[in-house]
Write a protein that binds this ligand. Structure first.
Ligand code: NAD
Length: 247
C-alpha cells in the first residue's frame, strides 16, 4: 500500500474539489482521513459516501480561519485515530475586485482563511508531531503564490505567504523529522472554478495554460500523495499547473 498505509491525515477544505480528491487519494492508499470542512452538510455526506466505498474517512467541522476551531480539529483527529501523521492545509477562498476598493474586511476575510488557516493548521499539527517523533505538513498554495494577477490582491498576498510559511517551517523542523511542502495548482475545475461560475471568463483561463486545458482535482491530489510519501522532499513548492508558471 505504500507509506500512507495506516497513517492518520487531516485534509481541510475536504468536502469539495482538490481537498475531496486528496481525502480520497490518501484513503485509497490506506490512510485514515479526517475530512475537515466548514460545510457540515456536504462534508458529512462526502465522508459517508467514501465510508460506504470501504474507505476510512470521518467528518469533523472546522473553520480553518479560527485558531480555536483548528486546535479542536487536531485534538479530535487524535481522539478518533490515536495520532496524527499528516495535515493538508487546503481550505481556501477566492477574491475578486480592484485593490483600492477593498475594505479591510474584504481583504482580511481571505487572509484569515488562506493564510492564518495555514498557520493554525501547521502550529497544532507540529505540536502533535513533536510528541510522536515526526509528521508531514502539506499546504495548498497556488500559481498565484508564485506569480501575480490583477484583481485578486488578498488572494495573491495569502498564497505568496503560504510559500514563505512552507519554506520557513520546513527549515525550522527539518532536523526533527517534520517535512513541510506545498503544491501550487494552476486553475483546476472545482467548486470555485467552473464554467457555470465563470461564464466567458472560463475560456480565458484555459488559454493561459500552455497545456490547453484546466487541471482536475485528482492531478493535484497526486502531487500531495508524492509529497506525503517522499521522505527527502522538504521546503518545496511544486507547481502542478499545465505550464502556467513556465511562461
Ligand atoms: P472548492 O471551493 O472546491 O473547495 C473549498 C472547500 O473549502 C469547500 O468545501 C469549502 O466549504 C471549504 N472552506 C471554505 N472556507 C473554509 C473554512 N474557513 N474552513 C474550512 N473549510 C472551508 O475549492 P478548491 O478549488 O478545491 O480549492 C482548494 C484550495 O486550492 C484552496 O486553497 C484554493 O485557493 C486552492 N487553489 C485552487 C485552484 C483552483 O483553480 N481551483 C487553483 C489554485 C489553488
Amino acid at each position: 500500500m505504500g507509506k500512507l498505509d495506516g497513517k492518520v491525515a487531516i485534509v481541510t477544505g475536504g468536502a469539495s474539489g482538490i481537498g475531496l480528491a486528496t481525502v480520497k487519494a490518501f484513503a485509497e492508499k490506506g490512510a485514515k482521513v479526517v475530512l475537515a470542512d466548514f460545510n457540515v452538510e456536504v462534508g458529512q455526506a462526502k465522508a459517508d459516501e467514501l465510508k460506504a466505498e470501504g474507505l476510512e474517512v470521518s467528518f469533523v467541522q472546522v473553520d480553518a480561519g479560527s485558531e480555536e476551531s483548528v486546535k479542536n480539529l487536531v485534538a479530535k483527529a487524535v481522539q478518533l485515530y490515536g495520532k496524527l501523521d499528516v495535515i493538508v492545509n487546503n481550505a481556501g477562498i477566492g477574491s475578486l475586485g480592484e485593490m483600492h476598493e477593498l475594505s479591510y474586511d474584504d481583504y482580511h476575510k481571505v487572509i484569515r482563511v488562506n493564510q492564518d488557516g495555514v498557520f493554525f493548521g501547521t502550529k497544532y499539527a507540529v505540536q502533535e508531531f513533536l510528541k510522536t517523533g515526526g509528521g508531514v505538513v502539506l499546504n495548498t498554495s497556488s500559481i498565484l503564490g508564485l506569480v501575480a494577477e490583477a484583481g485578486a490582491y488578498p488572494y495573491v498576498a495569502s498564497k505568496h505567504a503560504v510559500v514563505g510559511m512552507t519554506k520557513s517551517a520546513a527549515l525550522q523542523y527539518a532536523g526533527r523529522n517534520i517535512r513541510v511542502n506545498a503544491v501550487s495548482p494552476g486553475y483546476v475545475v472545482s467548486g470555485m472554478v467552473n464554467k457555470e461560475a465563470l461564464g466567458e471568463f472560463y475560456d480565458g483561463l484555459v488559454a493561459k495554460h500552455p497545456i490547453g486545458r484546466l487541471g482536475n482535482p485528482d492531478e493535484i491530489a497526486h502531487a500531495f500523495v508524492f509529497l506525503a510519501e517522499n521522505d527527502f522532499v522538504t521546503g518545496t513548492v511544486v507547481p502542478v499547473d499545465g505550464g502556467y508558471t513556465a511562461q
